[in-house]
Structure formats: structure tokens, C-alpha cells
Design a protein around this ligand. Structure first.
Ligand SMILES: Nc1ncnc2c1ncn2[C@@H]1O[C@H](COP(=O)(O)OP(=O)(O)OP(=O)(O)O)[C@@H](O)[C@H]1O
Length: 647
């Protein structure tokens, strides 16, 4: 890093905020920013009155450390987000943000870097792996080979002093990871990968002890001397941190009460009659002044914002803005710049899938639980319906009961899938809006790496165990043993069915296929809910409701033919109905049951239930399930695209 010396501060004037560094960074100007919000109120989401959260805020931020300070709720984060192009533009009533006199809107997000307050990192990955993930996706492959990216990551690790924890995992709720300061430095490193000349940070010291906070600001100070314009909001820094600031913007209730060199802020407030007690921290003093906890020796009717507007500092900003924007008309080059990605779709897919896989392998609780649950239920169902008889009436009752039980298990066993997009919502929004990868890449990585191994593979194991345990050949009736179950699983010695499920392998395949489709349809609906809401409580309600409805209209709890016509159409949306019909046709067709003197064929039973047992009759259920999966997955993807990226 090219660290440069800072010369003595120049006198007050238009250029008094200029830090003399060898590599000047971009200059960000904002003029007359007026931002309002309108909150929805009440259960009907009635729109409340408009509330101004930023009122005519202007400023010039040049190379160096530019701090935005103010009491809680003063609008620090809002100002940072507006100038970083992260705040919903619908709230912007007036004002313009320029970078080097170029009009910038939301596209600034791709030209700069933003470090969010809550460190958003993949906890199961090490510091180096996280940084390499950022490098892989954000550095163009044409300019950076893999060794180049590794070198870049290594140099960032050294610059940020992360050598000791480079190969330590970040940490999750289950894994103890790096410290808070190391985490914050890693978050900054993720953004430094692209060597941005403009860096925004939202409260980078919040939640850190004072020494760690000190080292973070010292790091930012060092970075700024390499020719970066660093803009950050900060709450109440200690003096050793405050004295590193080059420029200070002090806000109170959305208005500027001071904007100028940080070193001159004390003099400014003293000139207004406010006296800082000996040993008081200047940052605390400024907040006391804005909060009205310190009174002036020159009382006036004017507010602090009005006093600032009359001051030479405000005049200096206005003149500075005029000289920057007046010299030439703002260019709209940045505005027309289309959002782009540094890497191709397939490369992104490869990198994101590898990270998802690593995450699944290092965080196996869910996968193991899913597998264990499936094996447990398969054994339970296998034992309950073991040696399924062929004699009436239990032959029918047990078969339909077992199938319904299996389908309930397939559908409700996937409730955990609602967590998927909710858990990772913050990381997805951050990375997607930061230009790491496309939404489709993220979605497909979940389908390939999470859905197939976690949801489909266990179903095949489940189907194999339960199907062959429920099936039994009369010639092999003997006490239940593990050897017997394995034997049944590997080969059916006699295809003469005297009891048990249909032993033909094709029937088993159709059974397993139906179970997988039922399970995937359940997952599809869970994905849709997960992508649509941001809280688990809401997701649980939204997923339980359709599942219960579908269960009622599944054809087991109530005879669908005897239902009210205007209600019975709901069966066409039931995963349970399609699943139950398919497995029933698959099992019953061709079977003959006996009870006393009566015989009943499977076809007779299917006919009595109004189930079409033709070849197409079976496959139409599979097609319907596939349709539900595709519709739910497509809608889940659309919902992911629609997630609000604005703050
Ligand atoms: N999207 C929003 N919806 C509703 N209110 C908002 C929104 N954004 C900002 N506000 C409100 O605007 C005011 C300023 O918020 P902001 O987060 O900018 O303050 P802050 O100075 O950063 O506060 P803190 O230090 O507590 O983070 C607050 O009253 C906040 O509730």
C-alpha cells in the first residue's frame, strides 16, 4: 500500500477539506438532499404522513476520512445510504449526488464499496476463503489469473493484519470463530478486493471494544492515505479515533449542524459560545451540544442548523459545490452505466455452488437431521405396516393408510426448507446488490447443492427401506430381522404376491419417483414461502396453512366425490391428492384381494374412488406434481428477484 504523508492542514477556504495525499481519490458532492419516508400504519397498511429524515443536506467529501456523526436517529445512516446509492430512491424529494462531477444513481453501488454495520460473512468459511470468494467473483478473469487472485487476497490479509486468523473460520452460532475486530476487518477486506477508490462504511466501530475500534479507524486512516475517499457514519468515537478524522459532518434531526474540517469543529462551536469542559471528549461534547445538554454563553433564537447555514463553513461548501459543478455540466456517464458482473454466469455458478457445498459439508446438522429423520420414519412405517396382508379388509385399509402416512411424511418433512432463503437473506441481498453474482446463480446453487443431495437422495433411501419392509412374501414370513430387511431390499426371491407391496422393480421405481416428486413439490412451496417473507414466524404460518388444506383435499380424510362442487375443485391444487392417487394406482393395479368368499380387484377399488387407472391416469399425477414444482420454483425465483434491495 502506498502510504503518504499528510501535510499540515491548509487554512479555511474552498479547498480546506483537501487532504494532501500522493494519489487523490474521487470527490463526492451532494447538494440539497431532501429525503422523506412514509410509514405504513395499522393492520390495513394505511399510509401515514410523510416524515422528513434529511432536510437540505449538502456537502463535499474528498480523499481522506470523512465522518458523519450525530445522535441516534439524527439521520447518519440515511445520509450515508443516500450518497452511497443504497437508499430507496422513491424517498428522495430533491438533491443530487455527484462523483467527480458525474451524476450517479444506484449504479454507484457497483463502482464503490459499502461495508454494512452487521458483518455479513459466510460463518462456515475461513477468513481467506471468504476473501477468495469475493476475489473470484469480483475480479475479471481476463485480468486476474487464479494465482493473481490468491496473491491479492494474501496482500489484503497482510494489509489488514489478519495473518494469524487467515485460516480460522468466521464462526456461526455453533462454531466459535474469529473475534469481532477480525470479523470487521474481514468485512472491510471483502470490499477492498476490488480496490475501490470510494468506500462507505456504516458504523464500522459499533459493537467493538475501544482498542479494536481504534485499530479499525487507524486501518481506514492508512487506507485513505493510499488515495481513497472513505465515508462512514460513527456514533460516539473516543478522542484517539476522532483526531484521525479529516472531515466531519454533524447531523441533528436530519439537518447539518456542522460540515467542515474535523479539527476546526471545536473552534466553531466555541465561537457559538459553547465551552468544552477540560478532559471532555470532543465527540461527546458535540453530541451534548446537538442534544441541548450544554448551553451556549451567547443564547440566540436560531437553531444550530440555522447558525450553520449562516456560517463560513456552509458558505465554503456552497462555493465549493459551485466551483465543482459550475465548471462543467454534470456528466451522466455513470447513470447510463448498465449494472454488470465481473464474471460469467457459469463461472459464478461454479464458485457459488462450491461455497454452498462447503457450507453444507461444514454445517451438516441439517443434512444429518434430514437423513436421520427419513431413516427413522422409514423404519417406523416399515415396522407399523410390516408384512402387509392381502386379505380384506385390512389389505385396503393398511395400504391406503400407509401411503397417506408416507405422503404426510414427505410433505411435512420438508418444513425445514422454509429456512433456506430466510437464513441467508442478508448475505444474498448484500452480495447480489454488491455485484458478486446474479440472482439466478444463487437460486440454482441452492437447487443443485441443497435440494438434490439434501432432499432427493434421502427420499430414495426412505423409499427403499419403507417399500421393501412393507412388502413381504408369504414364503419368507419369519420374525423381523435386520438380515431379512436387507434381503428383501436386495432381492425379491418370489414374485408371487401373497402379501406385501407389489414387488416388481418398476413398481418400486414408480413409487420412489412419486415420493420424490411429492417431496420436491413440498420443497417448492417451502422455497416460495421462504423467498417471499423475511421472518420464520410468518413463514411457518404461510407454509402450514396450504399443507393442511392440501391434506384435507388429498382424498384420504374425505371422499372427494361426495364433496360440495364449489369446494371440491381445491383438490386440483393438492400435492397429497396427486401423490396418493399415483401410489395407489401403482400398487393396486393388477392386485386381487380376498376376504371370506368375496374377492376384490385393485381396479374395482380404484374405480369406486373415481381414480383413473389408465397409463395416462397414473402419469398425469406425476405431470401435475412436476407442474407444481416448476410453478413454485419459478415463483420462488421471481420472489428472490423482487426482494427489496433498498435500505
Ligand atoms: N426505511 C425507513 N423506514 C422508516 N423509518 C426510517 C427509515 N429509514 C430511516 N428511518 C428513520 O429515520 C430516522 C433516521 O434514521 P437513521 O438510521 O438514519 O439514524 P441514525 O442516525 O443512523 O441512527 P442510529 O445511530 O440509531 O443508527 C430514524 O428516526 C429512523 O427511524
Amino acid at each position: 500500500m502506498d502510504l503518504c504523508e499528510i501535510k499540515a492542514r491548509p487554512p479555511l477556504g474552498t479547498n480546506n477539506m483537501q487532504v494532501d495525499v500522493k494519489l487523490p481519490g474521487p470527490t463526492l458532492t451532494f447538494q440539497n438532499i431532501h429525503y422523506s419516508i412514509r410509514e405504513n400504519r395499522g393492520p390495513c397498511r394505511r399510509r401515514g404522513p410523510e416524515r422528513d429524515i434529511l432536510k437540505s443536506v449538502s456537502g463535499i467529501m474528498k480523499t481522506g476520512l470523512n465522518a458523519i456523526m450525530g445522535a441516534t436517529g439524527s439521520g447518519k445512516t440515511s445520509l450515508l445510504d443516500v450518497i452511497a446509492g443504497r437508499k430507496d430512491p422513491r424517498g428522495l424529494r430533491s438533491g443530487q449526488v455527484l462523483v467527480d462531477n458525474m451524476v450517479v444513481t444506484s449504479d454507484l453501488r457497483l463502482m464503490s464499496a459499502y461495508v454494512v454495520q452487521d458483518d455479513i460473512l459466510m460463518g462456515t468459511l475461513t477468513v481467506r476463503e471468504n476473501l477468495l470468494f469475493s476475489a473470484n467473483l469480483r475480479l475479471p478473469r481476463k485480468q486476474y489469473s487464479t494465482p493473481d487472485k490468491k496473491k491479492k487476497v494474501q496482500s489484503i490479509i497482510q494489509d489488514l493484519g489478519l495473518e494469524d486468523c487467515a485460516d480460522t473460520k468466521i464462526g456461526t452460532e455453533f462454531i466459535r470463530g474469529v473475534s469481532g475486530g477480525e470479523r470487521k476487518r474481514c468485512s472491510i477486506g471483502m470490499e477492498l478486493i476490488t480496490s475501490p477508490a470510494l468506500l462507505f462504511l456504516d458504523e464500522p466501530t459499533t459493537g467493538l471494544d475501544s482498542n479494536t475500534a481504534n485499530s479499525i479507524i487507524a486501518l481506514l486512516h492508512r487506507l485513505s492515505r493510499g488515495g481513497r475517499t472513505i465515508i462512514f457514519s460513527i456514533h460516539q468515537p473516543r478522542y484517539s479515533i476522532f483526531r484521525l478524522f479529516d472531515h466531519l459532518t454533524l447531523l441533528h434531526k436530519g439537518e447539518t449542524v456542522y460540515a467542515g474540517p474535523a479539527a476546526e469543529a471545536m473552534g466553531y462551536f466555541q465561537s457559538l459560545g459553547y465551552q468544552c469542559e477540560a478532559f471532555n471528549n470532543p465527540a461527546d461534547f458535540f453530541l451534548d451540544v446537538t442534544n441541548g445538554e450544554t448551553s451556549s454563553s451567547n443564547p440566540t433564537d436560531k437553531s444550530l442548523a440555522e447558525l450553520y447555514r449562516d456560517s463560513q463553513y456552509s458558505t465554503a461548501v456552497q462555493e465549493g459545490l459551485k466551483s465543482i459543478t459550475g465548471a462543467s455540466e454534470p456528466s451522466s456517464q455513470a447513470k447510463t452505466r448498465a449494472p454488470s458482473y465481473a464474471t460469467t454466469f457459469f463461472y459464478q455458478l461454479n464458485v457459488v455452488c462450491r461455497r454452498t457445498l462447503l457450507n453444507v459439508l461444514r454445517n451438516p446438522q441439517t443434512s444429518y437431521a434430514q437423513m436421520a429423520l427419513n431413516i427413522f420414519f422409514a423404519l417406523l412405517i416399515g415396522l407399523i405396516y410390516f408384512q402387509m396382508p392381502m386379505t380384506l379388509p385390512e389389505a385396503l385399509q393398511n395400504r391406503i393408510g400407509a401411503f397417506f402416512f408416507l405422503i404426510i411424511n414427505m410433505v411435512f418433512g420438508n418444513l425445514s426448507a422454509v429456512e433456506l432463503f430466510i437464513n441467508e437473506r442478508a448475505i444474498f441481498v448484500h452480495e447480489n446488490s454488491g455485484g458478486y453474482y446474479r440472482t439466478s446463480v444463487y437460486f440454482l446453487s441452492k437447487v443443485f447443492v441443497d435440494l438434490l443431495p439434501n432432499r432427493v437422495l434421502p427420499i430414495f433411501i426412505f423409499s427403499s427401506i419403507s417399500y421393501y419392509m412393507m412388502g413381504k412374501n408369504a414364503n419368507f414370513s419369519r420374525p423381523i430381522s435386520y438380515g431379512y430387511v436387507c434381503f428383501c431390499f436386495l432381492c425379491r426371491p418370489d414374485h408371487t404376491i401373497k402379501s406385501g407391496l407389489n414387488p416388481a422393480f418398476t413398481r418400486f421405481l414408480c413409487f420412489a419417483l412419486t415420493m420424490s416428486l411429492v417431496s420436491l413439490a413440498g420443497v417448492g412451496l417451502a422455497f416460495l414461502v421462504s423467498a417471499s417473507v423475511s421472518s420464520f414466524a410468518m413463514a411457518n404460518i404461510l407454509i402450514a396453512l396450504p399443507f393442511v388444506f392440501m391434506m384435507v383435499f388429498g382424498g384420504f380424510l374425505v371422499n372427494l366425490n361426495s364433496m360440495l362442487n364449489w369446494l371440491s375443485w381445491l383438490k386440483w391444487a393438492s400435492i397429497f391428492k396427486y401423490g396418493l392417487d399415483a401410489v395407489t394406482i401403482n400398487e393396486m393395479k393388477g392386485l386381487v384381494f380376498e376376504g371370506g368368499n368375496a374377492t376384490l380387484t385393485g381396479e374395482m377399488y380404484l374405480q369406486s374412488q373415481g381414480i383413473d387407472y389408465s397409463v395416462w391416469g397414473f402419469w398425469q399425477n406425476e405431470v401435475a406434481l412436476l407442474g407444481i414444482i416448476l410453478v413454485c420454483m419459478t415463483l420462488a425465483y421471481v420472489q428472490l428477484r423482487r426482494i427489496n434491495r433498498w435500505k
